[in-house]
Design a protein around this ligand. Sequence first.
Ligand code: G16
Length: 543
Amino acid sequence: MTAHTVATQPIPDQKAGTSGLRRKTRDFMAPHFLENYVQAILNAIGGAADKRFVVGGDGRFFNDRAIQVILRMAAANSAAEVIVGRNGLLSTPAASHLIRLNKADGGFILSASHNPGGIDEDFGLKFNMANGGPATEAVTDQILAETKSMRAYKMLDAQDIDLGQPGERRLGDMAVRIIDPVTDYAALMETLFNFDAIRGLFSDGFTMRFDAMHAVTGPYAQELLENQLWAAPGTVINATPLPDFGGGHPDPNPIWAHALMDIMTGPDAPDFGAASDGDGDRNMIVGRGAYVTPSDSLAVIAANAQLAPGYRGGLAGVARSMPTSTAVDRVAQAKNMPCFEVPTGWKFFGNLMDAGKVTLCGEESAGTGSDHVREKDGLWAVLMWLNILAATKQSVASLMQSHWQTYGRNFYTRHDYEAVDSTAANGLMDAIRQRLNSLPGQHFAGLTVSEADEFGYTDPVDGSETTGQGLRILFSDGARVVFRLSGTGTEGATLRVYLEKLENDPDRFGDAPATALADVIRAAQEIAEITPRTGRDKPDVTT
Ligand code: G16
């Protein structure tokens, strides 16, 4: 087997978004596209010589081909070892754990997360660093710079490696270690949660559905929930990872996980429902007839985490992304815990966790996790909920009621306008940006603006600065609307409108979010002129 150098040209716009490079699958399959980007990553981290990496993905279309390319390039760039999940499968949190467990130099995670998969859908690649977390902005900036001057990449002439069986292989001088994707991750979960208590819950007749959405968490959920925690066979549905996720969006929210929502609101609803996304880092939590928003889930976990053995000593602090509701802030205040607000993107939590400033992090985009890894972790959140339910012996609905009684209810909803013309979306944002200073004091839909700004962040650990992270409008009654353009889409622009209002009147806790937030929604429409500027009279997705 010989390594050779392939001449190439820079490919425009290989700029990472919120979480790595996401593009149409056919873009990734185009000549040199993947290879250029992989070489740019290796160059940006100072080369691969003698380094060890973890490689795996969510099993979407092109996952298998891309992994073979990465293996050959790692070998040609003189890496010492690559650890790869059997059949190329690794959930994102499991990959993060493996990097840390094996003290690897980093990892390549192949996924476009919750985006659909297939030759005409989406693909993605991101690099995680030695701490197990997504590359920081400094590193992604360096990768981008490398893509712009890319002239050659290294490739080993070699046959595909059979990834179907665990064991040691060699690719030239590089070792390839194929491992079971689930084992180490499941062992980590057992150190964090009270498995006996959860087994007791299921033994007492507690029922559950976990929708793996034909994505990567199927094997993880079957092993943990059905084999180790004694949930009834059939608890995990859509458990086989498929390259096109069965034609669906593997996005765990009430819209895309509507099959699970139908079960949970139907006459035979089980006690508990949950779902995870393409690569297993997002989660949805739902009780019988009781959907829990990701922001509320974060707050409930912050309030109850000490019930799980791994968190018995309490939390060092909590952090949320800026658009996430402030429900967790009130828990932190009551418990006298530090609470950090960071830009959208899990990479912004990494420094806080590494520095021991926070234990628990969460995002409105269905991500929750702790410092056990450096990614959000869908199944971790599900096990945390099961542990809390086992310890409190409450239903999801009653737990939420008592949480709101204590802390108030943050009504919350997000409106997504997808595949909007990019110029129109940027124009909408610019127009608000230009009016930020004049908005305070103005009235919209009966609400008075009290503050308006554009969110920027200075990392308290390394002092790095990030600007332009969302436009915030606060109203005098404490309600809030945030406008932000998504960084994970692959088509046009996606406008996200995040709407929130705190309610302290227990008689109103049962209101529908759309009712409770009606005035905030109208105010957002008026401020952003959404319909005239985008031509849309309603959001594509409301969660
Ligand atoms: C990614 C990041 C998350 C972030 C989300 C937001 O999620 O990992 O930290 O909250 O994107 O996406 P957007 O920029 O579209 O609002 P994932 O699950 O897609 O990797």
